[in-house]
Design a protein around this ligand. Structure first.
Ligand code: GAF
Length: 383
């Protein structure tokens, strides 16, 4: 990302000097669809980020410009509502949530750019939300807690983008730490950093370059199935408030006979919460092979039970599964497209990407994206 270029474009557009904020995209090592079930997640921020330039205005107007869409959007802080420009809603939704929490701010100019691939499941939208929240906080001296920046971003996604998401993506964008994975307990919101020592291996993201259109509605549907499962378990175990409190015996007892669909969805989540805890131990002990095996199990569960994979993601995982140089592989994030995350031996990466690109194109007529990523720090002011 050329920051000098971003600054000069901001100046040319708004005739003002911007404050610059960066907020990264994220990967998730393991722990999928567990965040909205009070479970654990293990994401990390990556070296691809959203960059925001921002300056105060003398009036109450909000002037936005997106470099990716080459579009502008004008509104007012006295009447923040959804825009016809979808990209603008991730920004306006955050401004709206900040206001709803009682913080006051005036009009602002805003320029957004970045190198997080859009629609690739790397949480570019969470990065936009967190960059916006932090930029407004820093520009207007609002003193918002960092955890609240993440929570505000999540709420904005739910209200202005209509996805009933959990907290993982915004949390990872704000709290990421270079060379570390973050283990977050989504119930207590306590977190710890686990060193990500990959010793000769690298994290490689393989981008299917598809985003099947049912992704948002299916996400909300999965969440509803989990809630239904909890409601049935609660009839017998009154203290239960989420799938985090449920074990397989309780699930078998209360849900199995009622609804197969709800049962398999809840089963995946219960298994995944347990799997993540094992994975954290393996990572701490430097046992990448065991971690990789758990990642493969996660993929199987996401594909067969949680049913959020797709032919393209399954194909990419199936291709690398038998290879010695690949320790782990799985689809990542909400599902229905985006990227797989792979742990691959460094010297084998270029050749493998070449082969997979060919195979993927032959199979689907699509171009494969491939990014060797490193982990990075979370949201910050850069100048
Ligand atoms: C999406 C959501 F935004 C996250 O909150 C999380 O639920 C994830 O899907 C699945 O683990 O990225």
């Amino acid at each position: 990302m050329n920051l000098q270029d971003l600054k000069s474009k901001f100046k040319a557009l708004y005739n003002a000097e911007p404050l610059l904020v960066r907020s990264p995209g994220r990967i998730n090592i393991i722990g999928e669809h567990t965040d909205y079930n009070d479970g654990f997640v293990m994401p990390a921020a990556i070296d691809k980020a959203i960059y925001v330039g921002i300056s105060k205005r003398d009036d109450n107007e909000v002037h936005l410009f997106s470099a990716s869409y080459q579009q502008s959007d004008v509104s007012s802080v006295t009447d923040l509502k959804k825009s016809e420009n979808e990209w603008a809603n991730y920004i306006l939704g955050v401004a709206d949530q900040i206001q709803k929490r009682g913080y006051k701010f005036g009009g602002f100019n805003f320029y957004i750019d970045g190198d997080v691939p859009l629609g690739a499941g790397l949480s570019s939208s969470a990065a936009v939300e967190c960059a916006t929240g932090y930029a407004l906080d820093q520009l207007f001296g609002l003193n918002i807690e960092k955890m609240d920046i993440a929570l505000i971003g999540q709420k904005a996604e739910q209200t202005f983008a209509g996805v009933n998401c959990g907290i993982m993506d915004q949390f990872a964008s704000v709290f990421g730490k270079k060379d570390h994975a973050t283990m977050l307990d989504c119930r207590s919101m306590e977190y710890s950093y686990i060193p990500l020592k990959l010793d000769g291996y690298k994290l490689v993201l393989l981008n299917t370059n598809v985003k099947h259109s049912l992704s948002d509605s299916a996400y909300n549907k999965r969440r509803a199935s989990c809630e239904q499962g909890v409601a049935w378990v609660k009839e017998q175990y009154a203290d239960v408030t989420s799938l985090r409190d449920v074990d397989m015996a309780m699930l078998d007892n209360c849900v199995k006979a009622k609804d197969k669909e709800v049962y398999t969805k809840c089963k995946f989540v219960i298994e995944e919460i347990e799997r993540l805890q094992k994975a954290a131990e393996e990572l701490k002990n430097g046992n990448l092979k065991a971690l990789g095996k758990l990642m493969l199990e996660t993929h199987e569960g996401l594909s067969a039970d949680y049913e959020v994979s797709c032919a393209e993601l399954d194909f990419l995982v199936d291709c690398v599964k038998p290879l010695d140089e690949v320790l782990g592989a799985r689809m990542m994030g909400g599902g229905f497209g985006g990227c797989t995350i792979n742990i691959i031996k460094e010297e084998k990466i270029p050749r493998l990407i070449e082969e997979l690109t060919l195979k993927y194109e032959q199979q689907f007529g699509l171009k494969l994206g491939a990014y060797v990523v490193t982990t990075d720090d979370g949201t910050s002011v850069i100048s």
